[in-house]
Design a protein around this ligand. Structure first.
Ligand code: F6R
Length: 366
């Protein structure tokens, strides 16, 4: 059942190249130059007249929503807000009839997300669901939606559902941008072409699994971890931290790297491992100075770097190399080693990774 893997979580991490292909199948054409998410095409008038999108979700799905916001704003130039479903539903939120609410949920059963969309529906918003469990409650009450098609996720810590959600959000933003004419043809083609090679790039990262396992052994002593990233990598930092706390019970926080000096830097000492997403992107130089600040305070830096990086690797204590990709698709790549790191740290500590204490796979109560 676990397909030869010791745990569902590891199996699901390794399934991600296939899952992303399944998610794209029938939506990106064979020539790799057109993406069609049918729900977007069917409802394009309604979606394009929206004054804004509001994404509601919880936990890992909320992190996917933060990435979706950046994708939709950048490709479609439509303002997007991302809300914790639990906060949204109790805040008497301002919702207009021309708003589009996107609900993201792996299980399709999360009580807070369900209640948030019921509320938005009452106020006349159009509801788009992004779910995994076919026929679950959320897809049944939405106006339309797209399944992520990654297959059943058994491990309590969400892995392949996250990358599936980000893949669907990327396709949603591309399909809508094409309809709206808000993206140049060159950029549109460039993103689709790169999206189709992401599964192969993930396979490459999975080869470094033994190295990440080895690295994890060093950090089982830690009581705290910090994860830093900027731009598209900030939600990845949040997701990396959530994975670690859920299954290894080590306290971890994700931060936008530039916020470090506004508080978290006070925590840094020789006992503090800091995971920094420091790939070649627009923020590379700035992230580098964050790494220097951490090293000056004797913090331990584990850096995710672009293949062949020679600069960060001299500063960081440990490096994990990632294949080069477009900045907007980097979350699909950078999340993988963080899932593996959390998995191996938890295993080294003898924890039950598939069924962590106090957590349930679908949170159907408040
Ligand atoms: C994290 C995790 C949870 C879920 C959250 C939302 O690994 O599993 O944070 O992401 O409970 O669940 P869904 O996506 O089913 O609504």
């Amino acid at each position: 059942e676990k397909g030869g893997y010791p745990h569902f979580m590891l199996k699901e991490i390794f399934e991600q190249p296939d899952c992303i292909n399944d998610c794209m199948r029938g939506r990106i054409n064979a020539d790799g130059d057109k993406v069609v998410l049918s729900a977007v095409i069917d409802h394009k008038e309604r979606l394009l007249k929206a004054r804004r999108f509001v994404i509601v979700a919880c936990g890992t799905s909320w992190h996917a929503g933060l990435i979706g916001k950046q994708l939709i704003e950048s490709f479609c130039r439509i303002p997007v807000e991302v809300e914790y479903a639990s906060e949204f539903r109790y805040r008497d939120p301002v919702i207009h009839e021309d708003d589009v609410v996107i609900a993201i949920s792996q299980s399709g059963e999360t009580a807070d997300t369900l209640a948030a969309i019921e509320l938005a529906k009452e106020k006349g918003a159009f509801i788009y669901g992004i779910c995994n469990a076919v026929g679950s409650s959320i897809p049944r009450i939405t106006d339309t939606g797209s399944y992520i098609h990654v297959g059943p996720e058994i491990g309590v810590a969400s892995t392949k559902a996250f990358t599936g959600q980000v893949t669907v959000l990327t396709m949603l933003a591309l399909t809508l941008a094409k309809e709206k004419g808000s993206m140049t043809d060159e950029k549109y083609l460039e993103v689709i072409r790169e999206l189709t090679v992401i599964p192969a790039k993930i396979k490459k990262i999975l080869i470094s699994n033994p190295k990440i396992a080895e690295l994890s052994r060093i950090f089982t002593y830690a009581h705290n971890f910090l994860y830093l990233g900027r731009g598209y990598s900030f939600p990845v930092a949040l997701e990396g931290a959530l994975k670690l706390k859920e299954i290894s019970y080590i306290h971890a926080e994700g931060y936008p790297a530039a916020e470090m000096k506004h508080g978290p830097i006070a925590l840094i000492d020789a006992e503090m491992p800091v995971v920094v997403i420091a790939t070649h992107n627009a923020m590379y130089e700035k992230i580098m100075s964050n790494i220097q600040e951490i090293k000056a305070r004797k913090g331990k830096v584990i850096a995710l770097v672009t293949e062949g990086d020679t600069v960060v690797s001299k500063l960081a204590d440990d490096c994990i190399e990632l294949p080069e990709t477009l900045e907007c698709l980097e979350p699909l790549i950078a999340t993988i080693p963080l899932q593996l790191l959390a998995y191996h740290v938890a295993i080294c500590k003898g924890k039950n990774v598939d069924q962590p204490r106090n957590l349930a796979k679908s949170v159907t109560v408040e």
